[in-house]
Design a protein around this ligand. Structure first.
Ligand SMILES: C[S@@+](CC[C@H](N)C(=O)[O-])C[C@H]1O[C@@H](n2cnc3c(N)ncnc32)[C@H](O)[C@@H]1O
Length: 194
């Protein structure tokens, strides 16, 4: 079967900050599953305009920092305006490449991949890159759309089941935990780098 590529249109960035999203994607739960602590370096990979970035940055103050990475320059521009307005000084936006993260090896204590995996062009290469930037003992979290009908979300044929995410994480040398429901339409897969 041919893999179909699907990317969220940056022209619709504002939709990613809509109030209704806060109702269906429990952000606090994501931050708890990530076991965020003060002072950590967290990578928000595929950060978009910062739906998760801003609460994460607030949670890890004063010394913690969030590397906010996205391949879309327009998404990063949107995020820069938001962080300037919020006064946060611990968010570091950076342009990412499709399968290459602009971070040194072992740099991150935590990584978040929120609603990103279904957009990846080469998931196995990408997960190896995640392993590279996560320090041994570091933790991560994938949240994504469950492969079932929902009133919003990407087309069903691009969604990636939690079982397939777990297999790919394991192949990349990471240790996935059991998946959990994440709001009404999505799942969460916590993982760690041994
Ligand atoms: C559906 S949006 C989710 C944004 C954000 N994580 C959220 O939940 O609000 C997916 C984002 O991932 C970005 N993206 C897609 N492929 C990427 C890749 N290979 N590396 C980094 N970012 C990517 C897109 O530009 C887009 O901003």
């Amino acid at each position: 079967m041919t893999h179909r590529f699907w990317k969220f249109d940056p022209a619709n960035a504002a939709r990613l900050l809509a109030d209704e999203r806060a109702g269906i994607h429990p952000r606090d739960e994501a931050l708890s599953l990530l076991k965020l602590e003060h002072g950590q370096l967290v990578a928000d990979i595929g950060c978009g305009p910062g739906f998760f970035t801003v609460p994460m940055a607030q949670r890890i103050l004063p010394a913690g920092r969030v590397a906010a990475l996205d391949i879309a320059g327009d998404m990063l521009q949107h995020l820069r305006h938001r962080i300037a307005a919020s006064g946060l000084r611990n968010v570091l936006p950076a342009q990412s490449e499709e399968s290459r993260l602009p971070l040194p090896g072992g740099a991150c204590d935590r990584v978040l991949l929120a609603f990103l995996v279904h957009e990846l062009e080469a998931p196995d290469v990408f997960f190896r890159e995640v392993t590279r930037v996560l320090r041994p003992g570091g933790r991560g979290l994938v949240v994504d759309w469950a492969p079932r009908e929902s009133p919003i979300g990407p087309p069903l044929d691009v969604r990636v089941p939690a079982a397939s995410v777990r297999e790919r994480l394991a192949r990349a040398g990471l240790r996935p935990a059991e998946p959990a429901e994440f709001g009404p339409y999505s799942y969460a897969v916590p993982f760690a780098r041994p």
